[in-house]
Each structure stands twice: as C-alpha cells, then as structure tokens.
Design a protein around this ligand. Structure first.
Ligand code: DGL
Length: 261
C-alpha cells in the first residue's frame, strides 16, 4: 500500500503531522525525525540536502509516494533539489506564511519567526520581496525554542520567559501578525497566544499544508485504506521520542522504531 511520508529534523514536523492525520485519516502515514542531526537551523544547505536525500530514500523504501517536507529549513535548502532527484515522488514543502501575514496586517508590521537557515535562504528573500514589500517585516530567530520543543519543555516558567523575551518587543514595535516559520514553534503557540493576548494573530501554516497534501494525494490517486497505520522513526533515542510524542500530541497507539538511515 502506498503511503504518505513526513520528515523533520525532529519533533517539530508533528505539528504538521497532526493536521495531515486529521485531514487524511484513511491514509498510512510514516514520520521520520532526524534527531541525531537536530537542529538543522545552523547547518549548511549542502549538508541539509544530503540529509534530506537520505531520508527521502528511506521513505521511498517504506513505499511513500507523497512526501511532506515538514520542516521550513529543509524545504528552503532542499525542496527543489529533492523534486529533481526524485521525479516519481510528489513533494509538499513549507515556507513562512509571509503572504497571508502581509495581507492581513492592519498596522503594516508583521513578524516572521524562523531558523537562521530559513531567514537567510533565497526562498524567503524571494517571498518577502514578492509579497511583503509594502509592509515592515521583522524577522527573528529564537535561539532556544527548537531545543525546548525537542525535550517537550513547552510549559515551564523558563520557556514562558524565553517566549516573552521574543514576543513582547515585537508587540511593542506594533506587530499585529506573527508568522510561525518553523514547524517546532506551533507547540509554543498557546504560550505565544497568552503573551500576545489579542494584540497579534498567530499564523501556523499546518492546516494549509494538510489541505495541499490532500490535493496532491487526490491527484496521485493514492488509495485510502480502512485500517490506516501510523509509524514513527527516529535517528535518535526511541524512548525519549516516545515520551516527547505523548506530551506533545497526547496518548498515541503508535509504533516507534529506530532507524540510523
Ligand atoms: N522544524 C524545523 C523548521 O521548520 C527546523 C528546526 C531545526 O532543526 O533547526 O525549520
């Protein structure tokens, strides 16, 4: 049975996974967390392309024909390359929701939160020039958020303070739209919402990506199945992945396996 694959440097892509699982409950899903090499945010484009190629080969071996690159950093560095290298696979990529933020802002000031790799990449510069010329786009790379989400540290006082340190200055600067340009950040959305308290909207692209995945699945004529399976692989520690998964998504009847790829 053909499957849908998703991958990320770690657990961040689970924010996309939950939207895809909701939208396509009758499809087998395979998730790969490359925790051995997490974070991707400071790695070179070349390195990210090599890691993404290895993961894609692995997912293709698991019979995935549609693959969601559930990572903005990997999408920025490797999406075009993957499409050229694996022409028989349909890829769905991610990028910060600059366009919706720029069209929704009333104050004329938006914020884009993402990793350094995403913010310094060509794709982001292009999107910003095309859709956000008429607004002021403040970009921020929150240095410790990925690591916090990786250990499911999403509700401690320290995490609250770290999020406040990023969000408050943006609100004070007049930002009213905040685009989450890294798939780890939606797990901090409740904290961000608490701090922003009606002063800014938060844009999480997961649902839009899930809709796009559903379109691609329909075009690729991937047949639904009655007993859809969900399998997770990590290149890191299986027990730790299981703990974090339960904390981020709630109890899962999941099969988790190690893969060194
Ligand atoms: N979750 C990833 C993203 O969407 C990358 C985090 C990282 O590994 O630095 O950009």
């Amino acid at each position: 049975m053909t499957k849908i694959g998703l991958f990320d440097s770690g657990v961040g892509g689970l924010s996309v996974w939950r939207a895809v699982a909701r939208t396509l409950p009758q499809h087998d899903l395979v998730y790969f967390a490359d925790q051995k090499y997490c974070p991707y945010g400071l790695r070179s484009q070349q390195e990210i392309r090599a890691l993404s190629t290895r993961i894609t080969k692995f997912l293709v071996e698991q019979n995935c024909r549609v693959i969601v690159v559930a990572c903005n950093t990997a999408s920025a560095a490797a999406l075009y390359f993957l499409r050229e290298t694996f022409p028989h696979v349909s890829f769905i990529g991610m990028e910060p929701a600059v366009k919706p933020a720029a069209s929704a802002t009333r104050s004329g000031k938006i914020a884009v939160l993402a990793t350094r790799g995403t913010l310094e990449g060509e794709l982001f510069h292009h999107t910003r020039n095309e859709f956000a010329r008429h607004v002021q786009a403040l970009t921020v790379y929150p240095t410790d958020w990925v690591e916090r989400v990786e250990r499911a540290d999403i509700d401690s006082v320290e995490t609250f303070e770290s999020v406040r340190g990023v969000i408050e200055p943006l609100l004070d600067a007049g930002v009213d739209e905040i685009a989450l340009g890294c798939t780890h950040y939606p797990f901090l959305a409740p904290v961000i919402e608490n701090i922003a308290a009606g002063r800014a909207s938060i844009l999480d692209p997961s649902d839009a990506v899930a809709k796009q995945t559903a379109r691609v699945v329909a075009e690729s004529a991937l047949p639904p199945t009655r007993n859809a399976t969900q399998t997770y692989y990590t290149s890191g520690n299986v027990a730790e992945f299981g703990r974090v998964l339960q904390k981020l998504l709630g109890p899962q009847a999941a099969e988790i396996a190690f893969s060194p790829i």
